[in-house]
Write a protein that binds this ligand. Structure first.
Ligand code: PGA
Ligand code: ZN
Length: 443
């Protein structure tokens, strides 16, 4: 079996959840099936991410059009991959890298390349008559074998992940006044994925009720569906989420815990090496004061995970942050690692962070995403597969998280259908895995 090849590619410009253009690719199998993928887009984009190619033509979509990237799929990529085996994802991704030839995918655009890379995986699964997660799981096992990692006891999946879910949004994602980007919950006491989802929905509703009771904005939501209230300070968001847990009858820290995405790169000033809080007047602090503030929150709130607690190039700070908190909480590098294996390797060497956010469009191909996942797992860094703030109905990351037994997934809130497309996809996968569906417990 599995002799299907790439017959052709079609690409078009569609819109994402913020109404911004993005790339959609259809990969057509020689056997007639079509695989489709749509590329996500970030707002709090790190400097080390692969390049998202935008047209820059102010007459169309304020310069955000992606017709150049779409054109690269048709003119450059399609003729080069035609006839290649759909099952050989590594060869197709290698071809994409060769065609691009730049370190940050600036020639073809990471959006063009990722659209093709993911559409090929979808077409390969369709040609085999398999669900995407089944096909991705085969690719994952192949990668583990090649790395000798299966023998090292790394989970070969498929496993349902624990969701880390946005409750209150700030930073570049919402109109409120929070400097930190997300206050999230992790339903750590859940027994299954579907149980986790029900707990999350209860907490989401409870956060809305707590905000309404206090006369705070409880209807408008941010880009990822979290509430976007104007609060007294960052800490008030943590208090509200704890109150919502209690209102649900959950014991904070046991049934549900808090995760934070500080996204601190966006209020870091490299010139003065300091972090500036807009909503705490005159508050500009250095890395050590940031570490002290985060440590204080960990002591006083049920916080078990902190993402981008320090900025993307504050390596020395990250080392000290990891010494201070790495034994107690999950420290995730998002902008820090940008899903790039080379940056992750540097972090492993320096003992910076102990977890990595995995965003497919930060690196631009499925194979490089799998590389980062393997490197993380081999070194005990927990992966968290993540969506972007700009998303679509494409639910590929749900299959990816299950297929690679990543353990955790971060999609945004349980509002807005570009988020629910992924949560609902995992409901179907859990059903397909049946009674014995494995589920990751995180403590
Ligand atoms: P972004 O936000 O997609 O805007 O980068 C998500 C995150 O920071 O995790
Ligand atoms: Zn982040």
């Amino acid at each position: 079996m599995a002799t299907a090849t790439v017959q052709g590619l079609r690409a078009r410009q569609v819109l994402d959840s913020r109404g911004r253009p993005t790339v959609e690719v259809d990969a057509i199998a020689s056997t007639g099936e079509i695989g489709r993928a749509i590329v996500p887009s970030g707002a709090s984009t790190g400097r080390h991410e692969a390049l998202e190619l935008r047209d820059g033509d102010p007459k169309h979509y304020g310069g955000l059009g992606v017709l150049k990237a779409v054109g690269h799929v048709a003119a450059t990529i399609a003729p080069a991959v035609r006839g290649m085996s759909l099952d050989d994802q590594a060869a197709i991704d290698a071809k994409l890298l060769e065609l691009d030839g730049t370190p940050n995918k600036s020639r073809l655009g990471a959006n063009a390349m990722l659209g093709v890379s993911l559409a090929v995986a979808h077409a390969a699964a369709a040609a085999r008559g398999e669900e995407l997660y089944v096909h991705l799981n085969r690719l994952w096992k192949g990668r583990l074998d090649a790395a000798g990692a299966a023998a090292a006891g790394i989970d070969a999946g498929p496993t349902m992940p624990l969701p880390m879910v946005n409750m209150i949004s700030g930073g570049l994602h919402a109109g409120g006044n929070l400097d930190i980007q997300d206050v999230l919950v992790m339903p750590v006491g859940a027994e299954s994925y579907s149980h986790a989802l029900e707990m999350i929905v209860a907490m989401y509703r409870a956060v809305g009720a707590v905000l309404a009771e206090r006369g705070l904005e409880s209807a408008l939501v941010g880009d990822e569906g979290g509430y976007g209230p104007k609060l007294r300070n960052n800490e008030q968001a943590l208090e509200i989420v704890v109150d919502a847990m209690l209102a649900c009858g959950f014991e904070p820290g046991r049934d549900a815990a808090i995760a934070l995405d500080i996204a601190s790169t966006h209020f870091f000033d490299p010139a003065s090496s300091s972090y500036s809080f807009a909503n705490t007047k005159g508050s500009t602090i250095d890395s050590d004061a940031m570490i002290a503030m985060l440590s204080d929150w960990v002591d006083r709130y049920p916080v078990i995970s902190i993402e981008d607690g320090l900025a993307e190039d504050d390596w020395a700070g990250w080392e000290r942050l990891t010494v201070a908190l790495g034994g107690k909480v999950q420290l995730i590098g998002d902008d820090l690692f940008a899903t790039q294996s080379a940056r992750l390797a540097k972090g492993i060497e320096a003992k910076a962070a102990n977890a990595i956010l995995i965003k497919v469009n930060q690196v631009g191909t499925l194979s490089e995403t799998l590389d980062a996942l393997v490197l993380a797992r081999r070194n005990g860094y927990r992966p968290v597969v993540s969506a972007r703030s700009g998303e679509t109905e494409d639910a590929t990351i749900a299959d990816l998280a299950v297929a690679t037994a990543a353990g955790q997934i971060k999609i945004g809130s349980v509002a807005r259908s570009e988020r629910l497309a992924k949560y609902n996809r995992m409901i179907r996968i859990e059903e397909a895995l049946g009674e014995g569906a494995r589920f990751t417990k995180i403590r």
